[in-house]
Design a protein around this ligand. Structure first.
Ligand code: FAD
Length: 345
């Protein structure tokens, strides 16, 4: 157990309340709340106190998000700040808003978000400004109201060890990002009606960065991060053409997302967004099929929590077989077409 030593430089009179009051950053895209934020909300609920959702945005799209957020189970209020600068939120524009919200007099005891690219850039910034630590990528959380301390677990060394981290009562606001595969997404309920509150934006006129463009990968397949089935290919897939012609028909028949090892991505067989692993996406689907993937620890770090792991590899000593529930020592070019035929039947 690693306890934070916290040098208090500011006197915060509001830090003594023991009942948690959590603020969850709800990210959204194209009119839909990100599933990672829904998992963060579940984690926030496990603290056992009040939970407020923060929604930012300046466009009409955000109205739908607010109405949707109000129906989220476990959310007592929705805090909305509207400004064109939040249409595409940037760490430089959002951080000052959070810093102001969480400064002297703030009721919030915990600030929570998904472990997303944006939030990973925002939360530590704000935490540093407030002179408190931020805990990242947590897989469990427990709050002890009597000592006003919160204990987290988080994977370290590419998931080979689990670290237990305790944030004691001396830390007035506890910041943490949540590994979405460790928490089921919060659900919606027609009966729920969170209260809507507005928050004045903080205009940032001298942001050192600006949004230029967004390019999203378009795919008819399920999104890798939330898919319940994934068919993943490695270096054995030879090239981009074989990768597609071998894996895609299998993925389509299973209604699965497609994933890839870093070797396959680096060799240009698959898009970077498909990479699973330590430096790619962390997934935990019901079914993970690893085809022609050796099972390097960096790959396992991204998929070993999958419910059912099926591996096909020519090498009986491939490390992937150590984590596979079903392993087939075979040539994937024989197995995959046969499997597709059987599934069709
Ligand atoms: P290989 O290791 O080359 O394995 C190919 C496998 O295919 C072999 O086991 C072989 O027996 C099998 N094979 C060959 N032909 C056939 C056939 N016809 N039928 C069946 N099987 C066949 N890797 C990731 O995947 N994700 C990450 O996020 C990641 N992050 C990394 C971060 C760092 C800092 C570092 C150093 C490495 C990282 N790696 C990551 C790379 C990782 O170490 C491995 O190099 C990579 O995962 C190997 O990919 P692979 O299994 O596709 O290739």
């Amino acid at each position: 157990t690693q306890a934070f030593s916290f040098r208090r430089t500011l006197l915060r009179t509001y830090a003594t309340a023991s009942s948690p009051n959590a603020l969850v950053f709800l990210e959204h895209r194209q009119g839909v709340i990100d599933s990672g934020s829904l998992s963060a909300l579940t984690a926030a609920g496990q603290l056992g106190g009040q939970v407020t959702g923060l929604v930012l945005g300046g466009s009409d799209e955000v109205k739908v998000i607010i109405e949707t957020a109000k129906k989220l189970q476990g959310l007592s209020s929705v805090l909305h700040s509207s400004s064109p600068q939040y249409t595409i939120p940037l760490p430089e524009t959002v951080s000052p808003l959070l810093e102001k919200l969480l400064s002297e007099g703030s009721p919030f005891t915990h600030v929570i978000s998904a472990h997303s690219s944006l939030a990973k850039s925002i939360l530590p910034r704000v935490a540093a400004k407030l002179d408190v630590p931020a805990v990242s990528d947590i897989t469990s959380v427990e709050h002890d109201a009597s000592s006003n301390s919160t204990t987290f677990t988080r994977p370290i060394y590419a998931g080979n060890a689990i670290s237990t981290v305790r944030a004691p009562s001396s830390i007035p606001i506890k910041f943490f990002t949540v590994r979405s595969t460790a928490f089921s997404p919060a659900e919606f309920s027609e009966g729920a009606e969170a209260e809507l509150k507005t928050l004045d934006p903080v205009q940032v006129s001298d942001s050192p960065s600006e949004h230029v463009s967004t390019s999203l990968t378009k795919s008819d397949r399920p999104e890798l991060g939330v898919a319940s089935r994934i068919v993943s290919g490695g270096r054995a897939l030879k090239n981009a053409e074989t990768f597609q012609s071998t894996l895609y028909p299998l993925a389509d028949i299973l209604g699965a997302a497609v994933g890839a090892s870093r070797a396959a991505v680096d060799a240009g067989y698959a898009d970077n967004s498909l990479q699973v692993g330590q430096t790619g996406k962390v997934v935990a689907p019901e079914l993970y099929m690893a085809l022609g993937i050796s099972g390097a620890i960096q790959h396992l770090a991204g998929m070993k929590d999958s419910k059912l792991i099926v591996a096909v590899n020519k090498d009986p000593d491939a490390p992937i077989f150590q984590v596979a529930d079903v392993g087939l020592v075979a040539d994937l070019y024989e197995v995959v077409p046969e499997l597709i035929e059987k599934l069709k039947r």
